[in-house]
Write a protein that binds this ligand. Structure first.
Ligand code: SF4
Length: 203
């Protein structure tokens, strides 16, 4: 039986936000973290997920096939925590073929095997590390920075730094520019070469 995906929403025709070329963002439900400014939880309260198979999801997004092929774009799986759906990705890749770029936005706050399975299929990972300081990380997410860092090291080793972008946010009330500089230094020490520095906007 096909593994299903808990679909929350689809956003088409994105450029330069979450992956190469023109992308379609496919958001799944579920996340082990409890970030203070999470938009996904609000979305989930308004819009329950719909379970879709790889075939069904493909039919919903194939309308942009030409855009993907012309720009080197494709699908970005977001969330929630996209890697909770790691065993869905393989079936979807079989359906869409190798012509689409598949990207996953993740906190890496998942069991190691999910990271490993995803690395077999996903072309590019966009990791939101929150902050590399364990106390700040825990205070903002309720989760373990150690787990995220260990999974990041594993991913860099397995997929290679070219396939990993790490986003380093400034989080109002939780970290400072100095904290962010420390995070950037630590990430470089770990071998991260693609960094995206940005600021959370409260809405
Ligand atoms: S990792 Fe993302 S989806 Fe999960 S709680 Fe944090 S902001 Fe929400």
């Amino acid at each position: 039986m096909d593994r299903s995906f808990p679909l929350l929403c689809i956003s088409r025709h994105r450029m330069g936000i979450d992956g190469t070329g023109v992308t379609t963002l496919v958001c799944g439900a579920g996340c082990p973290l409890h970030c203070r400014f999470c938009i996904n939880r609000r979305l989930l309260a308004e819009e329950p997920p719909k379970m879709v198979t790889a075939d069904e999801l493909y039919e919903m997004v194939v309308v942009d096939d030409l855009y993907f092929r012309a720009t080197g774009g494709g699908i970005t799986f977001g969330g929630g925590e996209s890697l909770l759906q790691a065993d869905f990705f393989h079936g979807f890749r079989q359906k869409c073929g190798n012509g689409w770029h598949l990207c996953a936005e993740t906190s890496l706050s998942v069991p190691r095997e999910f990271v490993s399975v995803a690395a077999d299929t996903i072309d590019e990972f966009i990791v939101d590390c929150k902050d590399m300081d364990p106390a700040i990380y825990h205070s903002y997410t309720g989760g373990s920075q150690k787990r995220m860092e260990e999974n990041l090291c594993f991913l860099l080793e397995k997929a290679g730094p070219d396939r990993v972008v790490v986003r380093v946010p400034l989080i109002p009330d939780y970290n400072t520019d100095d904290d962010r500089q420390k995070s950037l230094s630590r990430l470089k020490e770990l071998g991260v070469t693609k960094l995206d520095v940005f600021e959370y906007v409260r809405c």
